[in-house]
Design a protein around this ligand. Structure first.
Ligand code: HXC
Ligand code: NAP
Length: 285
């Protein structure tokens, strides 16, 4: 649960994190600050961002710029890039982390409810990517994208269908641009986290009594949820020069959750040893 990279790994590097004032974005940002990065955090709620920025600066001694930005508005993203360059000189990496989600049977969703999730997750990510990528290409600067997806980006999942559709699009964007923009020295990778407790995710995906009924840890072979520092270590590695040869990859960090729940016979873990003993004794009889 400790930081993994060398102190100063991000000295003189500036990283923009969308949705960086709360949850996992904030935890990853805090670790990047500890490693010497300049940080820019963005989201819709300026008061949340300002409070987070002040606290993160105090906790780490680093520099944080908070800029309000709705990732569905291209001009607002362009403004984030402009403000980042004014304050820190350049952008080195972008962490596409902002998202929206809720659970619902799909037939109960209005088309606007579907839109809102796809707009935040997919449109927000490709708008941010386009704005930052065009800027790097025009200035002949290298760049790194790290996109946060989910494991159901490739399996799909009922009850979070807009999110699944949008995250699948983000995964495809990651892999496509890893190839197309490599010639500009721009890398693109993704992380697919399993359950990591945050107020934002838990309140929307396990509302009310659901949190008592469905303990996410029980679905996970390691029988625990993720620790934020574990994700922060992986994100910092993928945003650093140590991962310079990794491009177009999605790294799962879920304690084995999605494979376990796709495995035909994973449920046999419920069979106690005594029953295996009995089956062994009666085998072939
Ligand atoms: C069905 C819903 C709904 C719900 C909203 N809507 N909540 N429909 N079930 N629970 C519908 C509304 O009725 C409306 O449609 C439309 O969606 C827009 O809703 P608003 O409340 O006006 O939108 P807004 O205030 O902009 O809020 C956006 C939001 C909200 C996405 C709904 O939850 C939000 O701000 N989320 C941001 C943070 C977040 O979601 N974090 C969790 C990420 S977790 P109508 O037709 O009535 O106009 C994550 C983890 C994945 O991604 C993997 C975990 C393992
Ligand atoms: P979170 O705290 O709710 O983070 C979501 C962030 O996105 C918030 O800061 C929110 O801020 C921002 N955001 C939402 N709509 C936005 C918009 N239109 N423009 C700009 N910013 C917007 O939840 P989290 O759990 O940390 O999630 C972070 C990322 O991890 C997401 O991509 C999520 O899909 C992914 N993930 C989480 C888990 C988990 O178990 N927690 C698992 C897999 C993947 P505002 O409301 O201020 O805009």
């Amino acid at each position: 649960m400790e930081g993994m990279l060398k102190p100063g790994s991000f000295k003189d590097k500036t990283i923009i994190i969308t949705g960086g004032g709360t949850g996992l974005g904030r935890s990853m940002g805090k670790y990047l600050l500890e490693l010497g990065a300049n940080l820019v955090i963005t989201s819709r709620k300026k008061e949340v961002l300002d409070k987070a920025a002040a606290e993160m600066e105090q906790e780490t001694g680093g520099k944080v710029l908070a800029v309000a930005c709705d990732v569905r508005k291209y001009e607002e993203i362009q403004n984030v890039i402009k403000e980042t360059e004014t304050r820190f000189g350049k952008v080195d990496a972008v962490l596409n982390n902002a998202a929206g989600n809720f659970i619902s049977p799909t037939e109960r969703l209005s088309h606007r409810a579907f839109d809102i999730i796809v707009d935040i997750v997919l449109k927000g990510t490709y708008y941010t990517t386009l704005a930052a990528g065009k800027n790097w290409i025009a200035k002949k600067q290298p760049g790194i994208f790290l996109n946060i997806v989910t494991t159901y980006a490739w399996t799909g999942s009922g009850y979070v269908v807009p999110s699944a559709c949008a995250k699948a699009g983000v995964l495809s964007l990651t892999r496509s641009l890893a190839v197309e923009w490599a010639k500009y020295n721009i890398r693109s990778n993704a992380i697919a986290p399993g359950p990591f407790p945050t107020e934002g995710a838990w309140s929307r995906l396990l509302p009310g009594d659901l949190v008592k009924k469905f303990d996410p840890a029980q679905r996970i072979p390691l029988k625990r949820v993720g620790e934020h520092q574990e994700l922060a270590n992986l994100a910092a590695y993928l945003l650093s020069e140590y991962s310079a040869y990794i491009n177009g990859e999605v790294i799962t960090i879920d304690g084995g959750e999605w494979l376990r729940n796709g495995g035909e016979f994973s449920h046999l873990e419920m069979i106690p040893n005594e029953m295996w003993d009995m089956m062994e004794k009666t085998r072939g009889k």
